[in-house]
Ligand binder design. Structure first.
Ligand code: NI
Length: 157
């Protein structure tokens, strides 16, 4: 297990598309372990493999209810709208409001190669969307909400 270097905003790898995992081998399992170490060391709630320089469809998420390891994840259902502040370990210090679905359902392979389905609302839905965007080379700063959207969708405190 090891902490890997998190690529930052100006690193062009963050704009590249990640590729499908075709075999869950030792390299992928080590990647998953290292990604968890790296995410927890930085107090993050999610991390995509590209953020540690590996262009593979692998993300991890932990919004406080346990670690999820997702290989080749896909959003298979989404519903509603939410507008909340978002940040990213690759863009330290930046936080902007983004528009995301209020609820998503995701399917992904786990480390044993089994397809699993995960559901998330609120922060978890945002984390799924944010991390899956990384696999397409999309960053949350590409999706900042307009003032009108913030006024329309932001939950009253
Ligand atoms: Ni991010």
């Amino acid at each position: 297990m090891a902490i890997r270097n998190i690529r930052k905003e100006n690193d062009e790898i963050l704009r590249k598309k990640s590729r499908e995992v075709t075999e869950i081998n030792g390299r992928i399992l080590t990647l998953l372990d290292d990604m968890a170490d790296t995410m927890y060391a930085s107090d993050g709630v999610g991390l995509a493999a590209v953020q540690v320089g590996v262009l593979r469809n692998v993300v991890i998420i932990d919004v406080g209810d346990g670690l999820l390891e997702l290989i080749n994840p896909e959003i298979i259902e989404s519903e509603g709208v939410q507008c909340e502040l978002e940040g990213c370990l690759s863009l330290p210090g930046k936080q902007f409001y983004t528009i995301r679905p209020a609820y998503v359902k995701v399917k992904a392979l786990n480390r044993d190669g089994k397809w699993c389905v995960y559901k998330g609302e609120g922060l978890k839905a945002r984390a799924f969307c944010h991390e899956l965007d990384h696999l397409k080379g999309t960053l949350f700063i590409d999706k900042t909400a307009t003032q009108d959207e913030i006024e329309k969708y932001k939950k009253e405190d």
